[in-house]
Ligand binder design. Structure first.
Ligand code: AMP
Length: 278
């Protein structure tokens, strides 16, 4: 496996399948890399994993400086999962100081739903900026993203359409611990007691499925997560791709339940398809 830190040598991997990450890789990332391997093999193309903790998607009071960085272990994991190369650039390579960084116009799904965008203003501007720049550098045919960050997946799909990029976005489902907790690079900051509280997010998503309509699913989710001592950012059922409110609309289908909150200093997100009972 080849490790690249600058643009030199990247052209060999153009037309491949890319997996963008911020490192601190876990089994969720590895699922994406294996999916990329399968998609790339079908096309006879290479797999490139990018590892870059993107400063522009963190707010001023967020955890950029303490975000886990485990490059040596990440490289071994990428190799084991079948990557041909890892692109781990310094910030100067992604955002050269001698040219203005391009911040694209944000698609509606980044700004209208009042979900992540309400809690982390500027976050999706940073995400769109880095994804477009990484695509410019790596020129992939396809890129694999996790459903774990559902709004991000919709935002990336929308920006690729908006910019007319010839990149297929391949989604992959969330990998969980046996007890339901969605894997996240930030889980390592949870104490045993906090982890227990964090489990309420996946329990809430399961309980939401037992509710007959979206408002009662939202109430049930909020009750469960609040009772566990999580500071809730949102607990909602939305249209799965626009992420706008659905009320009691019928016919249903194409709905997503999304929940996010803070346990101590750690922010957790989770989501699942939502189908009402009956
Ligand atoms: P990150 O390194 O957190 O920026 O995530 C990189 C990619 O991994 C994103 O597409 C995430 O949605 C995806 N990802 C993160 N956690 C999981 C998980 N538990 N299961 C599947 N994909 C995940």
């Amino acid at each position: 496996m080849i490790v690249l830190n600058s643009e030199a040598g990247l052209e060999r991997f153009a037309g491949g399948v890319v997996v963008p990450t911020m490192g601190a890789l876990h089994a969720g990332h590895l699922l994406l890399i294996r999916a990329a391997r399968e998609a790339a093999d079908r096309r006879g193309k290479p797999v490139l994993v990018t590892i870059f903790v993107n400063p522009t998607q963190f707010g001023p009071r967020e955890d950029f400086s303490r975000y886990p960085r485990t490059l040596e272990a990440d490289l071994l994991a990428c190799e084991g999962a079948g990557a041909d190369a890892v692109f781990a650039p310094a910030a100067e390579v992604v955002y050269p100081s001698d040219r203005p960084a391009r911040v694209p116009a944000l698609p509606a799904v980044a700004t209208e739903p009042r979900l992540e965008d309400a809690i982390r203003p500027g976050h999706f501007a940073g995400v769109c900026q880095v994804v477009l720049r990484l695509f410019e550098l790596t020129r992939p045919d396809a890129a694999v993203f996790g459903e774990k960050d559902w709004q991000q997946l919709q935002v990336v799909s929308a920006i690729v359409r908006q910019e007319g990029l010839p990149v297929e976005i391949i989604p992959r489902p969330t990998v969980r611990e046996p007890d339901g907790l969605a894997l996240s690079s930030r889980n390592q900051f949870l104490s045993a007691a906090e982890r227990q509280r964090g489990l309420s997010l996946s329990r809430a998503l399961i309980e939401a499925r037992a509710q007959p309509d979206a408002p009662s699913a939202e109430r049930a989710m909020r009750r469960i997560v609040e009772a566990a001592g999580v500071e809730v950012d949102y607990a909602v059922v939305r249209h799965a791709t626009t992420l706008m409110p659905v009320g009691r609309d019928r016919p249903v289908g194409n709905r997503r339940a999304l929940v996010a909150g803070r346990v101590g200093s750690v922010r957790l997100l989770d989501n699942a398809e939502w189908m009402p009972v009956g």
